[in-house]
Design a protein around this ligand. Structure first.
Ligand code: ADP
Ligand code: ASP
Ligand code: MG
Length: 460
């Protein structure tokens, strides 16, 4: 069971988590827990790291450490008063480590990817200690493990590390012996390289940690506890009448998360899918609700379209040049340059005239993408590279779309009727997803129009 940041955000939330775990533990289940940092803490750690690196005057390291100590200490006191002294001593030691690394960044004025990962892993290092102490206070034996102690081995791509296959046996040997006797609480989001260097798995990466651990220990089910009732037909923050999907297939969940449904991390499905483990998404604040099940094949549904997602932090890149027409090797030159600069391409479309290729990359990769394309430009393969940051990508997802004629027509007719201009269209060959790009200002309206067009708010 993985609990997200809002689920462990304060003492009341952690109290709820303990109730939930107690319920399933006393019913005789073997439980393994993965936790995120308390809500907002990872953002604060990112912000302080950046501030310290760029500071001209004395950066507010002391103020930061004091506020972290106050927030975590207050919650610990409330949920585990009997453990307070012992656990607070560990929290204080950790905060001293954090202070030291921030001071080092300040002195050197250099924040390396390695030191950033170490800094941003502190949210989970603290929250897991508190949740584990709260369980012991409730009479459930428990121990907190950091990602490395739990056996999560990754490559060294700091900031978005990938878990290596050998992790499975490490995790099994470290975690399985603890189950049943106790409830281990693993710090999500972090792992380490073979040399023991701390890495992080990308924002929202605790879902990925949970999936990796669940698959490694052959869990019967992987439960993602969050702040909504399940995977929904759209982000409930945009669409008020978004509906919970009782079941979703692995492929649909992957497409949804890849195209912006923050409820699951894009890499959190694959480990479960490989072992056929059911993933359940449930609401910590409404544990009685059934939630959503992510399974191999979702129940047959007359609806072809399941959900609409939206990502706003993306950029559109347009590559043009008459010399691209009919010339072999242009696409290779473009994509190998982008690959060398480690740019992740989210969508690609090429006009049939071949004089134009459009790409979508996330905003963080834009600078690297432009640098890569500049190299290709210099070699004369292409003529012009334009970009636009004020765009959003919208995806319409549903396995039933494969082989259902007319869906694309229905999507684009509905958008046309509303006067929403399309800047780019792409359909994955899997046909589980039709995605397109519109101006930022039209993004939420496009989601609303399609949610309505496909009747997604209505029960089937
Ligand atoms: P946690 O802290 O538990 O990991 P997140 O904030 O990462 O939670 O993810 C849950 C949020 O995902 C919800 O509050 C919701 O606003 C957002 N979300 C976006 N798209 C969807 C969707 N299709 N279904 C459910 N939630 C979604
Ligand atoms: N705490 C990390 C984040 O905010 C990981 C997670 O919550 O899953 O991105
Ligand atoms: Mg999350």
């Amino acid at each position: 069971m993985k609990f997200g940041g809002t689920s462990v955000g304060d003492q009341d939330c952690i109290g709820r988590v303990v109730e939930i775990l107690k319920h399933y533990y006393t019913a005789g289940n073997e439980l393994c827990v993965v936790v995120s940092a308390m809500s907002g803490v990872t953002d604060q750690l990112h912000a302080i790291a950046a501030e310290v690196e760029g500071a001209r005057d004395e950066p507010p390291i002391d103020v930061f450490i004091v506020s972290m100590r106050a927030r975590h200490g207050k919650v610990l006191q409330a949920v585990a008063p009997g453990e307070y002294d012992i656990v607070m001593r560990i929290i204080n030691e950790r905060l001293e480590n954090l202070r030291n690394i921030l001071t080092a960044v300040d002195n050197l004025r250099e924040l390396t990817p390695r030191s950033r990962d170490y800094i941003i892993s502190f949210g989970e290092r603290l929250s897991a200690l508190i949740v584990s102490a709260a369980l012991r206070e409730a009479g459930i034996p428990s121990r907190a493990l950091n990602g490395c102690e739990a056996g999560i081995r990754t490559n060294d791509r700091h900031g978005c590390a990938e878990v290596l296959p050998e992790s499975s046996s490490h995790i099994r040997s470290r975690v399985v012996p603890l189950l049943g006797e106790s409830v281990p609480v693993i710090m999500g989001y972090m792992g380490c390289t073979a040399d023991g260097i701390v890495t992080t798995l990308g924002r929202s990466g605790s879902d990925y940690s949970a999936a990796i651990v669940g698959a490694a220990i052959d869990a019967d089910e992987i439960w993602i506890w969050t702040d909504v009732d399940g995977v929904m037909t759209a982000d409930p923050r945009i669409i008020e009448d978004a509906r919970v999907l009782s079941d979703v297939s692995y492929r649909e969940a992957m497409e949804l998360s890849f195209f912006g449904a923050k409820v699951l991390h894009p890499r959190s499905i694959e480990p479960a899918m490989q072992k056929g483990i059911l993933v359940r998404v449930k609401n910590t604040f409404n544990p009685g609700a059934p939630g959503s099940c992510v399974v191999d094949k979702s129940a047959p549904d007359h609806r072809v379209v399941k959900a609409i997602t939206y990502i706003d932090k993306v950029s559109l890149i347009n590559i043009t040049g008459a010399q691209m027409i009919g010339r072999p090797g242009v696409a290779r030159a473009i994509f190998s340059a982008l690959g060398e600069y480690e740019v992740n391409i989210m969508m690609i479309s090429q006009g049939s005239s071949e004089a134009n290729i459009s790409l979508i990359v996330d905003d963080e990769h834009l600078a690297a993408a432009l640098a890569a394309l500049n190299e290709v430009l210099k070699k004369g393969y292409i003529q012009e590279v334009g970009h636009d940051r004020n765009v959003v990508a919208v995806a319409v997802v549903g396995v039933g779309m494969a082989g259902s004629p007319g869906i694309a027509g229905q999507i684009f007719t509905a958008l046309g009727r509303e006067g929403i201009n399309l800047m780019m269209i792409s359909q994955g060959s899997s046909e589980v997803n039709i995605s397109f790009v519109v101006k930022q200002a039209d993004g939420q309206r496009a989601v609303r129009v399609l949610h309505e067009e496909f009747g997604l708010a209505e029960e089937s």
